[in-house]
Design a protein around this ligand. Structure first.
Ligand SMILES: [Zn+2]
Length: 267
């Protein structure tokens, strides 16, 4: 029954048992732009049993430079990204469940949209929704994979509730609009989201098969400069989310106690 995944089954980290776990899993991808289309493509082809893709936007011509699932026809037909992604991926893998949801993810609907998820993937382009993912991830004990790509750079990190520090340990509040550069102001080269999206997808696979090889560090890559950097983000004792769900986090926090006041250290 897993014949289509033959080359993946040969990989020691997956195997038949891992493939069964992927088939029984649910991944929720929030944001279906450059990162989301890469993540969704990877997870659908890998056989994750249930994939929910959430995005509120319609496809525009300037998206085609980097959003690998979409076509010129999708633009002409003015199809929402979530609908187009579902339609295309069902033609790639009809043996899994793919659900495109056209919605603006916010505090009123996020719990309902992710409650059955085994992993949440960040395909977003804004900080506010990432903070929402972070908080709901800790509340519902669902791992999430952060990813971002801008210009020629990309970054990613996996957050395991109760095990690793969280997104707010790195950044306590979302930066205001205009305070940070975005793809709308400085652009983006398509290898950045392609590689970061792939990185997020493999992190999701590792989580779903129960691998211990999770990337707990903050990975920063500049694809133009050819530089790779890994930072360790320790628990911030003042992190509001960590404190709110302290009972959950404290179980494993002792292993990651910060050695000084700074919560970022080079590895
Ligand atoms: Zn935190």
């Amino acid at each position: 029954m897993f014949e289509r995944y033959a080359r993946q089954l040969l990989f020691g980290g997956i195997g038949v048992e891992g493939q069964k776990k992927l088939s029984a899993s649910c991944a929720v991808i929030i944001g279906c732009g450059a990162l989301g289309t890469v993540i969704a493509t990877s997870l659908a082809r890998s056989g994750v049993g249930k994939i929910r893709i959430i995005d509120r936007d319609f496809i525009e011509f300037h998206n085609l430079q980097r959003q690998i699932l979409f076509t010129e026809e999708d633009v002409v037909q003015q199809i929402p990204k979530a609908v187009a992604a579902e339609r295309h991926l069902k033609r790639v893998n009809s043996s899994i469940e793919i659900e495109g949801v056209v919605a603006d993810v916010n505090f009123t609907n996020i719990e309902r949209l992710v409650q059955d998820a085994d992993v949440i993937l960040d395909g977003l382009d804004n900080f506010e929704t990432r903070f929402l993912i972070n908080d709901v991830s800790l509340k519902l004990h669902i791992p999430w994979v952060y990813g971002a790509a801008i210009s020629s750079t990309g970054m990613s990190r996996t957050i395991l509730p109760g095990e690793t520090s969280c997104f707010r340990c790195l950044l306590d509040t979302p930066p205001g609009r205009g305070q940070v550069e975005t793809c709308d102001t400085v652009g983006v080269l398509n290898p950045a989201p392609m590689i970061i999206g792939s990185f997020e997808a493999v992190e999701a696979m590792k989580i779903l098969v129960g691998s211990g090889e999770i990337n707990r560090d903050f990975l920063i890559i500049d694809f133009w400069e050819g530089t790779f950097e890994k930072l360790t983000i320790s628990h911030d004792r003042n992190c509001p989310v960590m404190n709110r769900w302290r009972a959950d986090c404290m179980q494993n926090i002792s292993a990651h106690e910060p050695s000084n006041d700074a919560n970022i250290t080079n590895t």
